[in-house]
Design a protein around this ligand. Structure first.
Ligand code: SF4
Length: 468
């Protein structure tokens, strides 16, 4: 029986970090990574269960893989959809052989062994939960498999940038969010383990480490301490030799402390970038969302920008929260205009069972949500274009992540690009992986290199530059 596996990752950066953990665990157990699902003996889908749309995407992905399954091939559902719906996932996708909870993927090799040993029986008994109970029934958490998701994780780098998950779960009461129900309360990864993982990654050529969690700014709070994230970032800058870029994502507005701001401004490795989901700009809506009020948020943004005038801020907003009036929506647009964010994601409110907002009255219609999202995106697009244009003529450092050749449509979109030219694709300090813009550099450069460029033109989201 060969042991080739393939992992399909859906959802957020934290799932990407988990999938890289699953990969490392399987490789340590003698499994090998397959290039495609067809070549694999075991296919694992690391699902997302956050919103209706992401759940649908996860189910469809598994159905498609299930349809092409060949004899003896296992299809395993892991991740947040399983944490939320358990065995129901198998009822929705009968071709799934086993389901394993988001917090238990560390036992993946044993679970595969179990599935192979226990052919699926009529009542679908071959699921992670049952197996886990059978194997670990009544064992206190401290005696569960040697590691937990917040312990040191051997990592396999996939390029010059890597997400590093420093905690799991969340203690915040946001009215629209199901994550605390899926992931449980906030648990931080021990600092020495984070440092060890970062060293592992840098030793494999990683230039940029992106810190992720549900709430990175609550790091260490479960140890009864405050401001520990600042200590962690300082230690990473001092103790992880060769780390060039350290990026902070998923900060919580009420938890950004003066010391964290000072540390971000003091260390050259820490890129002047902050991802901080704010969710709305109108105080009445934020109050109903159980989120921090905008007055304190504005003060925090001012402090950040005073300490780092070139700071790039990414945030996300929800439109169509129950009861959102036109006036409150206008309040959000005014906030976006006023604060001039660099990167903004706008989401339509998704009514989630099990959340306080899911049970609220005055749900906003689909049409109104779509129109408000469109209007908010347009407002931000103009801001993003103006901010990008302000970089034309200036120098930037870019992390090269790919090379390619300009095709017809790209050249048509931007006269600065010539069809057939070899270019490199990279990101500047203003761009987080997977969610922000790119910098197209007009030359073929080495992947993984940090290069100096001069910006020659700009579009709403991307920049074009020449290497210096
Ligand atoms: S802080 Fe983020 S993960 Fe936590 S409850 Fe709020 S929205 Fe959800």
């Amino acid at each position: 029986m060969s042991n080739l596996f393939f992992i399909q990752t859906l959802g957020c950066a934290k799932n990407t970090a988990d999938s890289e953990g699953i990969e490392a665990i399987l490789e340590r157990a003698g499994f090998e990574s397959a290039a495609s699902p067809e070549d694999a003996d075991v296919i694992i889908v690391n699902t997302c269960g956050f919103l209706q749309a992401s759940r649908q995407e996860s189910l469809e992905a598994m159905r498609a893989l299930g349809q092409n399954k060949h004899d003896g091939q296992l299809l395993i559902a892991a991740g947040c959809l399983v944490s939320r719906y358990g065995q129901d996932v198998k009822h929705q996708v009968p071709s799934v052989d086993g389901v394993i909870d988001a917090g238990r993927w560390l036992a993946m090799p044993r679970f595969i062994e179990y599935l192979r040993a226990h052919e699926q029986t009529a009542n679908g008994k071959a699921d992670g939960e049952t197996w886990f109970e059978e194997a670990y029934i009544n064992l206190p958490r401290s005696q569960l498999p040697a590691r937990s998701v917040t312990d040191y994780m051997p990592r396999h780098a996939h390029g010059p940038s890597a997400f590093l998950k420093i905690a799991d779960g969340c203690d915040r009461p946001c009215a629209f969010c199901i994550i605390p129900a899926i992931k449980g309360g906030h648990r931080s990864k021990p600092m020495d383990d984070v440092i060890a993982e970062a060293r592992d990654l840098v030793a494999q050529g990683v230039q940029e480490i992106v810190l992720v969690a549900q709430d990175t700014t609550a790091y260490g709070w479960d140890w009864g301490q405050r401001d520990v994230l600042a200590t962690l970032m300082e230690r990473m800058c001092n103790e992880v030799q060769g780390l060039n870029w350290l990026r902070l994502m998923y900060a919580y507005p009420g938890h950004v402390t003066p010391r964290l701001v000072r540390v971000m401004a003091a260390y050259p490795q820490i890129v002047h970038y902050l991802d901080i989901p704010l969710q709305h700009g109108d105080g009445r809506v934020l109050h109903r969302m159980k989120r921090p009020n905008p007055v304190a948020t504005k003060r925090m943004l001012d402090d950040l920008r005073t300490a780092m005038p070139d700071l790039a801020i990414r945030t996300t907003f929800i439109v169509g929260f129950p009861g959102e009036t036109e006036q409150e929506f206008e309040g959000l647009l005014d906030f976006i205009e006023e604060e001039q964010f660099d990167r903004v994601g706008i989401f339509e409110f998704s009514r989630e069972d099990g959340t306080p907002a899911g049970a609220m009255e005055h749900q906003v219609s689909r049409q109104v949500k779509a129109r408000r999202r469109h209007d908010a995106m347009l407002t931000q697009q103009a801001i993003s274009l103006a901010k990008n244009r302000a970089f034309v003529g200036s120098e930037l450092e870019v992390l090269i992540e790919g090379v390619g050749t300009i095709e017809g449509n790209a050249a048509m979109r931007d006269p600065a690009l010539e069809c057939g030219n070899c270019v490199s694709i990279g990101r500047s300090y203003r761009d987080a992986p997977e969610v922000d813009g790119i910098v197209i550099v007009q030359n073929e450069l080495a992947i993984g290199k940090l290069v100096k460029v001069r910006v020659t033109s700009a579009s709403e989201y991307d920049l074009i530059a020449d290497p210096i």
